[in-house]
Design a protein around this ligand. Structure first.
Ligand code: PMP
Length: 415
């Protein structure tokens, strides 16, 4: 007698119990169980190369063994886990290391605020402080910028129809355009408290702002007394090849928002960096229960060791170049994509023309064992965000899977 086992939907529990708001599990419809380095396994034991890296929260790889060791050690000795903003050994060590390895060598002086664990917490704190410092209310933000999903951050998250979006079709022109609006008393644009920008727009489609544009924005901000906020939540922590994404342009923002990989191990942590003279907060004026994630302090401190010298940055640069030339090859080899390669370091993408194609290729790639997502206002960009620690070998294998997926979709398009 044949026993017929019912094929169960592996996501049944989630479909039944979890809110309709869930999204990534719809794109990657398996149950994940294990991860290491650049590899994730599902409960069926299938392995996937990760070109997603927790949306940039896993720059140092999954379960990075050195960081894991430090966490186990810390847990074993009963170190504090939760501490609001009390002074702890782990936080002290992180602050000192951050100054030693990141701030001091770059000649940067910032006070460090712990605004709560997520990227959007960091943005909210910067917006609130910019308003408090200047006494002005409006914030200038850019089309296709993404800053988070809480109300304040959302209000500066640009889409085509939204508020202050100044448009970013041609970077230099935009700067000149804003300057004209600011100079023209009758333009209707009131002097903003701050401008907020990403040097490479992550969710917005891997749009890279040029150094010259960033410099003219900084100059304009100084001239008009506007505070400059760089949201480095996704592009920071080495993603573009330097620890801060704005280093290449030589600008010094008034506030810097950091999150995602600052917690080293995928553990929630965010910082808002504030120029000392702007740190006019009164004690407790902006607070929250989860601002002291000591496990993230421990992991984050350990992760900073990658930045002790310039070798890690160089390796990101090298890998980035490798990815870039391979993506250029693919765009040339498959004209049906009408593709355009974008990005910096290991934050890259291919924008494709046919509607829905980027998503179709990502879906196919997942079936073939590669995790990657789309970005851009219409999901038209295939986005490549591997862990920065990925091996050349795995990068090549992932890119080969991508090529096969592009071929599969081409066959489908041709019918
Ligand atoms: N800013 C940028 C540039 C981001 O990419 C994101 C998240 N993708 C955020 C802010 C918000 O971070 P979080 O999801 O942790 O709130």
């Amino acid at each position: 007698m044949k026993v017929v086992t019912e094929v169960q939907n592996p996501l049944q529990v989630f479909a039944q119990m979890e809110s309709e708001v869930r999204s990534y599990c719809r794109h990657f419809p398996v149950v994940f169980a294990k991860e290491s380095g650049h590899t994730i396994w599902d409960t069926a034991g299938r392995d996937y190369i990760d070109f997603f890296a927790g949306a940039g929260a896993l720059n140092y790889g999954h379960n990075n063994p050195v960081i894991k060791e430090k966490l186990i050690e810390y847990l074993t000795k009963d170190g504090l886990t939760h501490s609001l903003d009390m002074a702890t050994e782990a936080k002290e060590a992180l602050l000192q290391r951050f100054d030693e390895v990141i701030l001091a060598p770059r000649g940067l002086r910032y006070k460090v605020m712990f605004p709560g664990p997520t990227g959007t917490n960091s943005v909210e704190a910067a917006l609130k402080l910019a308003r408090k410092v200047t006494g002005r209310h409006t914030i200038l933000s850019f089309t296709n910028g993404f800053h988070g999903m809480t109300i304040g951050s959302l209000s500066v998250t640009g889409n085509r129809t939204k508020r202050e979006g100044a448009g970013m079709p041609d970077a230099m022109d935009t700067a000149a355009y804003i300057e004209r609006l600011l100079e023209d008393g009758g333009s209707g644009l009131s002097l903003p408290a701050a401008m907020i920008l990403e040097t490479v727009q992550g969710e917005g489609g891997i749009n890279v702002a040029s150094d010259a544009w960033l410099q003219s924005i900084e100059k304009m901000c100084r001239k008009h007394g506007i505070l400059l906020i760089v949201d480095d939540v996704q592009a920071g922590c080495g993603r573009t090849g330097t620890f801060f994404s704005f280093e290449r342009a030589g600008i010094v923002p008034d506030f810097v928002c950091l999150s995602k990989s600052i917690g080293g191990y995928g553990l929630p942590l965010a910082l808002t960096l504030i120029k000392p003279e702007l740190d006019i907060w009164k004690p407790g004026e902006h607070n929250g229960t989860f601002r002291g994630n000591n496990l993230a302090f421990v992991a984050g401190q350990e992760a900073l060791n990658y930045w002790q010298d310039d070798s890690f940055g160089k390796s990101i640069e090298q890998k980035g170049q490798m990815v870039h030339s391979r993506l250029e090859q693919l765009v040339t080899a498959y004209p049906y994509l009408h593709g355009e390669v974008r990005g910096k370091g290991l934050m890259q993408g291919i924008a494709v023309k046919p509607e829905g194609l980027a998503e179709a290729i990502c879906t196919r790639a997942f079936e073939r064992g590669l995790v990657m997502e789309t970005s851009g206002p219409n999901g038209e960009v295939m986005k490549f965000l591997p862990p920065l620690t990925i091996t050349d070998e795995a990068l090549k294998t992932g890119l080969a899977i991508l090529e096969e997926s592009i071929k599969d979709c081409q066959r489908k398009e041709r019918g």
